[in-house]
Design a protein around this ligand. Structure first.
Ligand code: NAP
Length: 308
């Protein structure tokens, strides 16, 4: 626990995997003195009460954000416009409003116009998560040693920006600032398109009439199993990501389809060198991720060999 809390009152809007992890990590890192939480689901609020990661739980947005110094939207991205509209009249002058959404241009477009003058709107995206959802899935260590990207507007208040960065550092993250459009393009290739590929391949396997579903499950090898983990991610969250990062995803998919056609051609013409050269290049990328401390070097992602 380091020093004084960065913010006196934190309000979280949406307390599933990410929102509840922010609450838990903020407590662990002494990043906020008190934590108020709102969720649109009464069931989630009841479960959060039992888990005890918030000081107060609210059935209305205004009740949660009133008096808050930092407000973080942590619902699916498609809800941010409505949330910003609902919170606006209750926001404290000088407060910082942020989010954790996986896309950034659409957040600025949808929420930005509702944020009143005198309140600092600085979107953010922690690059960490799991395929699970809900308040039970959250944990305090989720952000440790992972990046959090902030996308401040050009005229962002320097003090508000520094306090938001310090908040994320207290949660365990390293923080970097980025232009929102660039963020969306980078995340399209590192996260969004890989998820789409996983959803697609698992869907294709499910549709294959010549292979029964039980065979797909029974003989699932490492490759397919790893895709199924990603394809188990929250449908609402991912629907909203694709609806709100359309341009960048379509741009990356165009490149992906061209490269896939080239691979198809290499297989058809028996061009082993083309395959070998690509697979060698991609192996080096995996090594780079491990060297950067962003994944485990243990074989099979460190899974227990008896269970894998
Ligand atoms: P989650 O576990 O499904 O939690 C989202 C919570 O928000 C749920 O409790 C949901 O309630 C609630 N909610 C839905 N609509 C709402 C609204 N209008 N107002 C308030 N709460 C609402 O999802 P998550 O994984 O935490 O994702 C939350 C955000 O984090 C998303 O914007 C996502 O892009 C971002 N993010 C996710 C990851 C990841 O790996 N999961 C990583 C980085 C960032 P119901 O369950 O009743 O719908």
């Amino acid at each position: 626990m380091s020093g004084e809390p960065v913010f006196d009152k934190l309000a979280l809007l949406g307390i599933g995997l990410i929102g509840s992890s922010v609450a838990r990590a903020a407590r662990r890192g002494n990043a906020a003195a008190t934590i108020a939480a709102y969720d649109s689901s009464k069931d989630v609020l009841a479960r959060a009460a039992a888990l005890g990661f918030a000081d107060s739980l609210h059935e209305d947005v205004a009740g949660a954000v009133r008096g808050a110094d930092l407000v973080i939207m942590a619902a699916p991205v498609g809800a941010y416009g409505e949330l910003a509209k609902a919170m606006a009249p209750a926001l404290k002058p000088g407060a910082v409003v942020s989010d954790v959404g996986s896309v950034k241009s659409a957040v600025l477009r949808d929420a930005g116009p509702h944020i009143p003058p005198g309140v600092h709107f600085i979107p953010a995206h922690p690059i960490s998560g799991t395929e699970q959802s809900g308040p039970e899935a959250g944990f305090a260590e989720l952000f440790d040693n992972r990046w959090c990207i902030v996308t401040p507007p050009q005229d962002a208040d320097a003090d508000a920006l520094e306090r938001l960065k310090e908040f994320w550092r207290r949660l365990g993250s390293q923080v970097e600032a980025m232009d929102p459009h660039h963020h969306d393009l980078v995340l399209a290739i590192t996260s969004h398109v890989p998820h789409l590929i996983a959803y697609n391949i698992v869907g294709t396997a499910d549709d294959l009439s010549s292979v029964t579903k039980s065979e797909v499950i029974k003989y699932s090898a490492g490759g397919f199993r790893d895709f199924t983990r990603i394809a188990a991610s929250d449908p609402t969250m991912w629907r909203d990501v694709f609806l709100n990062n359309k341009e960048a995803v379509l741009e990356v998919l165009g490149r992906f389809s061209e490269d896939l056609s080239a691979l198809q051609r290499a297989i058809r013409w028996g061009d082993g060198d083309a395959l070998f050269n690509l697979f060698t290049r991609t192996r080096a990328i995996r090594r780079g991720i491990i060297d950067a401390g962003q994944d485990s070097a243990a074989p099979n992602f460190g899974r227990d060999p008896k269970k894998s």
